[in-house]
Design a protein around this ligand. Structure first.
Ligand SMILES: O=C(O)CCC(=O)C(=O)O
Length: 300
């Protein structure tokens, strides 16, 4: 659904002003909307996942490991598709206020696309270079939105998500380098000239919801603090927005309508989108592409 049609529907959980801010900035932090009960359930599900990672010694379809991971001291970058690994992750994605918030910015009919739980382990959790998401999972319109929730308090030192305010209304950048490698990053010198003035840190206490437009330029610094930064991310779209490339993080829930009803017609935004590599051959997460790119830059 296009933004002008979404705006014809009243909001249910956000204020109209919060929704306007989201469409203006491409991001929004909402505190105090997720109950303590949900936060406790998600925290317990996260802890159970970390526990089960102790037996893992290399990346698999479920975990992306941080350097130094061991049975004694787990260190994770990502739990891939958490909705597939614990019922409370799917219950949160489909039954909680997170899906209501998605309906406020996607329109009343909402479809689930994928999920991930990004950790930034204390003392060394990895950075994310600046990038836009939609080129990795193009849809027929730009309604896709990521609804995140911090499972711990996140301040500047934990590597909060950062967004270049208003970049959702700007152009889409190429996620390939000059040699045609998929790098999922935008070098600083290619960013909008005034990006430093528009950089926003999305900090907040545990339970804060983070809304991120699929077109917004975003990234995050490493975590040099002693506190972990777990960020659960669920991606939704309007029901009439159709993905046309392989899902990089497929699951049994992809395409599930979580609010409203299925679409009978697809919605098409006239602005095209760069196509990603074919993820049906596998997807390794952003770090590998971004680290390879930094390595090539350093060697040049
Ligand atoms: O976890 C983060 O800080 C950034 C996440 C992100 O940019 C992504 O998963 O695309």
């Amino acid at each position: 659904m296009l933004m002008e049609d979404v705006l014809k529907h009243p909001t249910k959980v956000l204020t109209a002003r919060q929704r306007d801010r989201f469409f203006e900035d491409g991001c929004l932090v909402v505190e105090g909307m997720v109950s303590d009960d949900w936060l406790a359930r998600l925290h317990a599900a996260m802890e159970a996942s970390v526990e089960s990672s102790r037996t893992i010694t290399e990346n698999d379809g479920r975990f992306v490991l941080e350097a130094g991971h061991s049975a004694d001291t787990p260190r994770l970058r990502r739990l891939t598709s958490p909705v597939s690994h614990h019922p409370d992750f799917w219950a949160f994605a489909s039954e909680s206020v997170a899906a209501d918030v998605a309906a406020d910015v996607c329109g009343p009919d909402v479809k689930f696309h994928h999920s991930k739980l990004n950790f930034k382990w204390p003392q060394g959790g990895q950075q994310f270079d600046w990038h836009q998401d939609i080129q990795a999972w193009p849809h027929t319109d730009y309604s896709p939105v990521t609804i995140g929730i911090y499972l711990e308090d996140v301040g500047e030192k934990q590597g909060p998500l950062k967004v270049i305010r208003g970049s959702n209304r700007g152009k889409l950048y190429s996620m390939y380098d000059e040699d045609g490698n998929w790098v999922l990053r935008i070098p600083d010198d290619k960013l909008p000239a005034d990006w430093r003035e528009r950089e926003m840190s999305l900090t907040g206490p545990a339970g804060s919801l983070i809304l991120l437009s699929c077109r917004a330029i975003h990234g995050s610094a490493g975590n040099a603090s002693a506190r972990m930064r777990p960020l659960l991310l669920n991606v939704y779209s309007s029901a009439d927005s159709m993905p046309y490339c392989a899902n990089p993080i497929p699951s049994e829930y992809a395409g599930t309508i979580v609010r409203g009803k299925p679409a009978r017609y697809s919605c098409h935004d006239p602005r095209g989108c760069e196509l990603p590599p074919d993820w049906s051959a596998g997807y390794v997460g952003p770090w590998a592409y971004q680290e390879d790119a930094r390595g090539r830059e350093a060697a040049a």
